[in-house]
Every structure is written in structure tokens, then in C-alpha cells.
Design a protein around this ligand. Structure first.
Ligand code: G6P
Length: 408
């Protein structure tokens, strides 16, 4: 059986991992899932609820927990990282400070995402070094943002086998399937880009190309991107592309909001904690409302595919190594892959449409520079990354951000 260790396991949404696992007893033989976190009282609550989800299923394994990370890593075949360095407070900062410079505030995009990288990469490198020591063969499944920068740093600096993933591509595909009234598995597609910066093309069902139909009805997908522009693009962007195509408008809207997404999530977490006080063995409705399809639609099926040596398709983040022309080999790209027991093989990526190529290359180059800066924490590296970031308009603004936000 498998030992899976969850770093950041005391997150209140962790029970949804077990909810997703509950139906897989035929496919995945778990010995133990170990939750690691820093606060014993939180861990204990989340572990109890998670164990109760498993006890109500046909499964029979132990949900363990410990605040000792090295102990948690020992004997693990798979490690899932879902830590958020600095917690929701840090995310609130990432969402807020860029607005002062008329730049979007976000935990993965722009200077906010970069602040997140500077803070998170050193901690993730420490985790990876512990993995080298305590479970060198284990696969690190990474959810920690900014996922692609974290992954590139780990690949560059350690020998840990790491794969990052995201629910956005599959989330958009789910919506497309609903629109076309077909099963997601029936849709053939091409997908390329970077994490939070990807596009779909060549959507086909039973050999019939349905891309233009999807584009005609694209408003119903709620991507937040101008539909005339998508029609012109002829390919379908992930919703995060709104921070590039509609940057000024997004900044205006964000400034008008009186609550940050992080603050919303803090409030919800408090309510979830209260609900858990009352019934510690029931997943509160609020948890389902945010959802966590990264578990149910990506991570658990991915593990099942690996352990059963099935050949299934997943959109994952891997080092470019020539997949997309004009992007450096070491940069982590997000592409369709075939996964089985022996590993992950990227499907070929064809020519990138010219209308998105420069944006993709610019962001890829920024992420490469951001990775170097997050590793070195050096002022010159930080400035290079900031100036290369698509949302940062000039050296003056980059310098001001460095001085105000990163020089302390
Ligand atoms: C997607 C994004 C993540 C984000 C998550 C949840 O998975 O890739 O970066 O954290 O959605 O969004 P939320 O605002 O609920 O945290």
C-alpha cells in the first residue's frame, strides 16, 4: 500500500481530498495518509473529520497526523504540498499592495504573485531538501502557488521528482462539456501555455471540430474575457487571461471591491471552524461551496492512473524541454500529457498561434527570471524579474515596488 503525506494538511479543505478518495478503494491501495501541519489542534480536527469520511466508505486505512515534518515524510511514496506560506494574511497582502501601483493584486499574477514566489520558494526548497533526505524516491505533487515558479526552483536546486497541477484547465473543460452536452472524456483537445496562462484549441467530439461553436457561445463559460476578442483569437483562454487582456478594467474593479478574496476566505474559514465545533464528523456545506476539484478531478484520478498503469490524459506542468518553441527548456509549461505507471509524457504541442505567442514568451521569460530571483533573493535579480513582468509598466514602478515592498 501507499503512504501519502500531505504538507499543509491542516487546511480546512483537506477533508475534500478524502471525499474524493472515498470512491477509489478498488483502485488505490492506501496504507496511510499522513497530515502534516504546524498547529496540532487544527490538525487533530481535520484528521478526525477526514478519518470519519474514510470510515463511512469501504476503505480501511489510517489517517495519521503529526507536526513533525521529517517524521511525516519518512516512508512516503507521494507527498502533496498545499502549504500557503504566511497563510491567508500573506495572500491578502499579495492581493492588495499591487493596487497602489495600479497593477492587479493576485496570488500568482503580477507583483503579488512575485511576492508570493519570493516568500514561498525558500520554504519549498527546504521541504524538497527534507524529501531528498527522508523520502528521496517520492513524487512531490505540488499545489503550492505560484506553482510553476515553485516547481522550476525545485527542479533546478534539488533532485526531487515534482509535478504541479491546477484545476483551472479541467474546470474550463468541464464547463465546455456541459455546454456541448457531452461527457468531458469525449472531448479531444489541444491545450498549451503556462500555469494560469493557457489556451484551448481544436476542441472536437467524435471527430467533429466544435471549436467555433464553443467560441460563439463563449459568454456562457463566464471566463470574464471579451467575447469579440476571443472570436478574433480563435482559441479559448483560461479565465486568468483577463488580468492581461483587460488589466486596467480589472484593476478598477478590484479597487471598487470592499473585500479581498483572501478576506472572504478568512471569514468563511471562521464559519467552517464554528460548524466543525458543532459537528466534528460532517463536512460543512461551506466547504463544498468553494469546492476543490483539484482533488476530485485531478489529483486522485492522477494517482489512480499512476498506480494502475492506465494511460490517461492530464493537463500538467512540466519543464518545457523543447515542447514549445521559443521558450527556455527549464521553464515549466502547462500542457496535455499521458500518464501511466512509468511516468508522464507530454503530447506534442504544435505551432503556437502568433496572436498569443509574444504574451506567452514574455510571461515565460518573466517566470524564469522570477525563479532565479526567488532562489537568490538578490536585489538585481528581483528588479530584472519585476521589469520583465507583463503587468509592470516601467523600471520606475519596478524600483518603487522593490523599495517599498521587497527591500525590508
Ligand atoms: C484555482 C487556482 C488557485 C486558487 C484556487 C482557489 O485552483 O489555480 O490559484 O487558489 O483556484 O481559488 P480561491 O480563490 O477559492 O482560493
Amino acid at each position: 500500500g501507499i503512504k501519502l503525506t500531505v504538507i499543509g494538511g491542516s487546511g480546512l479543505y483537506t477533508p475534500l481530498l478524502f471525499d474524493a478518495i472515498a470512491n477509489y478503494q478498488e483502485e488505490i491501495d492506501f496504507d496511510e495518509i499522513c497530515l502534516n501541519g504546524r498547529t496540532a489542534s487544527k490538525l487533530e480536527k481535520v484528521a478526525r473529520l477526514s478519518q470519519s469520511v474514510i470510515d463511512r466508505s469501504e476503505y480501511d486505512f489510517k489517517v495519521t497526523y503529526t507536526t513533525d515534518r521529517q517524521k511525516a515524510l519518512q516512508g512516503a511514496e507521494m507527498v502533496l504540498s498545499q502549504i500557503r506560506v504566511g497563510g491567508m494574511k500573506a495572500r491578502a497582502y499579495d492581493e492588495e499592495f499591487p493596487l497602489k501601483y495600479d497593477i492587479i493584486g493576485e496570488e500568482t499574477v503580477g507583483p503579488g504573485g512575485f511576492a508570493n514566489a519570493l516568500r514561498t520558494v525558500p520554504v519549498m526548497l527546504e521541504l524538497a531538501r527534507e524529501m531528498e533526505e527522508y523520502c528521496p524516491e517520492a513524487l512531490l505533487i505540488n499545489l503550492t502557488n505560484p506553482a510553476s515558479i515553485v516547481q522550476q526552483a525545485i527542479e533546478q536546486e534539488t533532485t526531487v521528482n515534482v509535478i504541479s497541477l491546477c484545476d483551472l484547465p479541467v474546470g474550463v473543460l468541464n464547463k465546455i462539456a456541459k455546454m456541448l452536452d457531452v461527457d468531458r472524456a469525449e472531448i479531444r483537445y489541444e491545450y498549451f501555455g503556462l500555469n494560469h496562462l493557457g489556451w484551448y484549441q481544436q476542441l472536437a467530439v467524435k471527430g467533429e471540430n466544435r471549436t467555433s461553436e464553443v467560441i460563439k457561445k463563449v459568454d456562457s463559460l463566464g471566463l470574464g474575457i471579451d467575447s469579440d476578442w476571443i472570436e478574433n483569437l480563435e482559441i479559448i483562454p483560461l479565465p486568468y487571461l483577463k488580468y492581461y487582456y483587460h488589466h486596467a478594467k480589472e484593476v478598477e474593479q478590484a479597487k471598487e471591491k470592499d473585500i479581498l478574496r483572501a478576506e472572504e476566505l478568512i471569514e468563511t474559514s471562521n464559519e467552517i471552524a464554528k460548524a466543525l465545533e458543532e459537528s466534528p464528523e460532517t463536512i460543512p456545506e461551506l466547504i463544498y461551496q468553494r469546492g476543490a476539484i483539484w482533488y476530485s478531478d485531478v489529483i486522485v484520478p492522477l494517482i489512480a492512473t499512476m498506480v494502475n498503469d492506465k494511460n490517461e490524459e492530464f493537463i500538467l506542468n512540466i519543464a518545457n524541454n523543447g515542447l514549445i518553441a521559443g521558450i527556455d527548456d527549464e521553464v515549466i509549461v502547462e500542457v496535455a500529457t499521458i500518464v501511466n505507471g512509468s511516468g508522464i509524457r507530454a503530447l506534442e504541442v504544435g505551432d503556437i498561434p502568433l496572436q498569443v505567442k509574444s504574451l506567452l514568451q514574455q510571461e515565460a521569460n518573466y517566470r524564469n527570471l522570477a525563479t532565479q530571483a526567488a532562489i537568490s533573493q538578490d536585489k538585481d535579480d528581483i528588479l530584472r524579474a519585476l521589469v520583465a513582468n507583463p503587468q509592470v509598466p516601467s523600471y520606475e514602478v519596478a524600483y518603487q515596488i522593490w523599495k517599498e515592498e521587497f527591500s525590508k
